[in-house]
Design a protein around this ligand. Sequence first.
Ligand SMILES: [Fe+2]
Length: 532
Amino acid sequence: MGTSILGISAFYHDSAAALVIDGEIVAAAQEERFTRKKHDPSFPTLASAYCLREAGLSASELDYVVFYEKPLRKFERLLETYLAFAPQGFKSFAMAIPVWLKEKTHLPKLIRQNLGRAVKAPIIFTDHHESHAASAFFPSPFAEAAILTLDGVGEWSTTTCGVGRGSRIELTKEIRFPHSLGLLYSAATYYCGFKVNSGEYKLMGLAPYGRPIYKDLILKHVIDLRADGSFWLDMRYFNYCHGLTMTNGRFNELCGGPPRDPESDLQQRHMDLAASIQSVTEDAMLAIGREVHRETGMKNLVMAGGVALNCVANGRLLREGPFEDIWIQPAAGDAGGALGAALFAWYQLLDSPRTSVGIDRQKGSCLGPRFEPSGICSFLDSVGANYRRAASEAELVADVADLLEREKIVGWFHGRMEFGPRALGARSIIGDPRSPKMQATMNLKIKFRESFRPFAPIVLRDEAHQWFGIDPRHESPYMLLVAPVLEDHRLPVTREQREIMRNDPDLRNQHSPVVDSGGDARGLQRATADGR
Ligand SMILES: [Fe+2]
């Protein structure tokens, strides 16, 4: 039996477990998929049990358990931030501290309690951004690459860069809390009435409907973005260091009013702010990318951290930036930290050779549980479901193609579940993009789905460049690179569609449809599968 390493991320949001055996990613899953609590932050007991089951291992057979961040360094950051702002912020500090003392400073004990007392393996703690960096570089196909991690905050870092070579990564530069692109994006997410740490993708989806009219104001007052990609946030506009909200009165004044109540209608100014923050984020990522390229001289780039889920910004970085190719960890948020922590231990700490470069070792990110047909049938029988079992895979595919042709919407559940937030064709909702009413129909079928949220197109790899502004050499299997629809495939917005948008509860306060270079609203309307 090889060396088995269980990586764990927990207690912030998107808890997950990942199992690596002799460097091979055997299994990875988020706890939310088992508990059915979105972004579940609790200890990944069920995800860990699944990973062990997949490998046929018991907890006592694990060689190492690796936690994705260093709790004491994070505790130090909380404490220092409190002291810097004291006596302001006592309320948020007083709320955070009991949780820290109870859970996070006693982690080794807690991990053993949750995994079972039979666990003899040593427990290792890696640095938060090292875990992100490892999750980006080690599964990538590159022998060497520049590394960029961008998120809200880890222990202290919010942005790091460095180089990965063979089985080593080295992070050489960082930007520290409270200066954070992720927290700037989260602040605008909060301001627009979406949930922080989960609604950021909604802000990105809303951006194409706005105009970046606040961009200059934000660059002048809120973020000092320099040509070398370094940035500094003016904390007088934010509350997140010492308060229970992200933004404050000064931010509201700049953006023309108070934050949106989540229950109220979206106004044009929310769409404009989304467009503005998106544009600032893209500029920052391009500037950082150019600097990292200049410093490292690397042809390729790998990325992780929550901000690396911004597929519109990633697409611009690939098209307009200096790198020949970019690989992004599909579980770029903190869930992927579990995988990164395990890979960091295998390569960097155990000094294991990294062979077979040139191959993407993420396995399509299909790293979660699978269900056998017999198990599916017995479940369907147990609930008295009306179903028909296809005689073969060929018959199933033909039936589904036929349903799509007839403008039906299909829930596609096939093979191992995806690791990461995107539905990549294992747990997807699919429809025919040729139908003009497909977007509206699909939104109606998916409960509580806002109409501005984008769909992702599936096209044959060899034909992607005929439809989208993407270089035929680049693949985009993980829904992490948005490319514009080619000009000659774009359709004008019809009067009927304009009417639908005007009556749409999410968009009725919008002046007129806008297409901005970052995200292509019309292109997105023509696309297909549910991008979540
Ligand atoms: Fe993170």
